[in-house]
Design a binder for this molecule. Structure first.
Ligand code: C5P
Length: 400
């Protein structure tokens, strides 16, 4: 189950006997590739200690909204932004009532309001409390928000009753959490993505390149596969592992990338150019290592083909999505590229800001198309990639 690979799960634990199962749940989520951070309510800490969950998650456990030390380490807004999914397990009747009424009177409810990640809860309570009209009204209100409700199961309860209200087992919850990341938006669609830098040889040991890490292209490939697409990822030299179910084609320089792309796009419906292709290459790469001398040296460069412009110029062109990494005049330059290269969408980011863009794990972008624009605020590249794939697939289905 790779849908949890590199996913950030914020696990909320509230006060009920099922809180002891949170320890097992952390393990199961990690088995499936997730990174877990834990938030506990005061009542939860009566059932299982923060130290246990800290040791298992490998991260400090967050317990208090108004704790200056915790806020300095990772503030609640940062934590809310970090999450790809907020999973509250067990969710007590009291917590459900507070979530349903939009309270923000402790850390966990505040995080639920502050996050733009989906929220899922695994109710756990006595069968009579579960059946109570108030609880059922709260469940109905939460479903309309929408909050995903995992379970509860029927069975024997800690109090000796038999009935609905048992929390689902850890493995079932991990599987349901993984399903939250699957969508069918690109079912049967073939997507070609370029990623990383290119290297333009000067001689057998030296080259011209750039700082692209390939992270954005790889994150897009993973998100596209999870949306049901079959994905070919054509990448320059990067130190990244291939997401599962993605076909990777490795190239070194712009000419090789151009040839691989022109071949791969023949049968694709969407092309995303996330590679930082070198604009120029040396006219000729020396066959042998160039010897050092005290004279100045000149390397003559010629322009590389513009891969994405060539894709967009094809007769039966795929939906073509480009990137614009700019240090200034973001909107103006991005729109000029959109038009000049005849793209359907362009995703622009400000590379002068070191907390986003090249080599960083986070990014913030604005998407431009002929008739509009949309800004996606700063978040992890993985989360941003899922939002971008959603925008791209909306656009694709509107046109097909
Ligand atoms: O013109 P600029 O390089 O800023 O445009 C960036 C966009 O064009 C990116 O989507 C990039 O992948 C693509 N590109 C390309 N081939 C080039 C240069 C850029 O596909 N030679």
């Amino acid at each position: 189950m790779q849908q949890l690979n590199n996913k950030h799960i914020l696990l909320g634990v509230t006060g009920g006997i099922a809180a002891y199962k949170a320890a097992e749940l952390i393990r199961r989520l990690q088995d499936h590739g997730a990174e877990v951070r834990v938030v506990m309510t005061p009542a939860a800490q009566e059932f299982i200690t923060p130290l246990t969950l800290q040791a298992l998650s490998g991260n400090p456990v967050h317990t208090n909204l108004l704790d200056p030390a915790a806020e300095a380490a990772m503030g609640h807004i940062e934590l809310a932004r970090w999450a790809d999914l907020v999973l509250v397990a067990p969710a007590s009747a009291n917590f459900m009532a507070r979530l349903a009424s939009g309270r923000a009177d402790d850390l966990l409810t505040t995080l639920c309001l502050a996050t733009d990640a989906p929220i899922a809860i695994a109710p756990a309570m006595n069968q009579a409390m579960w059946r109570d009209t108030n609880t059922q009204q709260n469940i109905a209100a939460l479903k309309s928000k929408p909050v995903a409700i995992f379970g509860p199961a029927d069975g024997s309860q800690a109090c000796g009753d038999i009935g609905p209200g048992r929390m689902l087992e850890a493995e079932q919850l991990a599987e349901l959490a993984a399903q939250q990341f699957e969508s069918q938006a690109l079912d049967g669609v073939k997507v070609v993505i370029t990623a990383g830098p290119t290297r333009e040889a000067i001689d057998p040991v030296r080259y011209i390149s750039n700082h692209s890490s390939g992270k954005m292209g790889f994150a897009l490939a993973e998100a596209a596969v999870q949306a049901g697409a079959s994905v070919i990822l054509i990448t320059g030299p990067v130190a990244l592992t291939t997401p599962e179910r993605v076909e990777r084609i490795e190239v070194e320089n712009a000419l090789e990338m151009h040839a691989a792309v022109m071949d791969a796009i023949k049968t694709c419906q969407i092309f995303i150019g996330a590679a930082a292709v070198a604009d120029y290459r040396p006219v000729e790469a020396a066959a042998k290592k160039i010897k050092k001398s005290s004279d100045n040296m000149t390397i003559e460069l010629i322009p590389n083909p513009d891969i994405i412009a060539d894709v967009a110029a094809c007769e039966d062109k795929p939906l073509t999505v480009g990137f614009a990494a700019e240090t200034d005049n973001l909107a103006e330059y991005a729109r000029a590229k959109l038009e000049k290269k005849k793209l359907d969408l362009i995703i622009a980011n400000d590379v002068s800001n070191p907390s986003i863009g090249f080599n960083s794990d986070e990014n913030a972008v604005t998407i431009y198309w002929a008739a509009g624009e949309k800004t996606i605020p700063q978040s992890t590249k993985a989360k941003l990639a899922r939002q971008l794939i959603e925008e791209i697939s909306n656009r694709y289905s509107a046109e097909n």
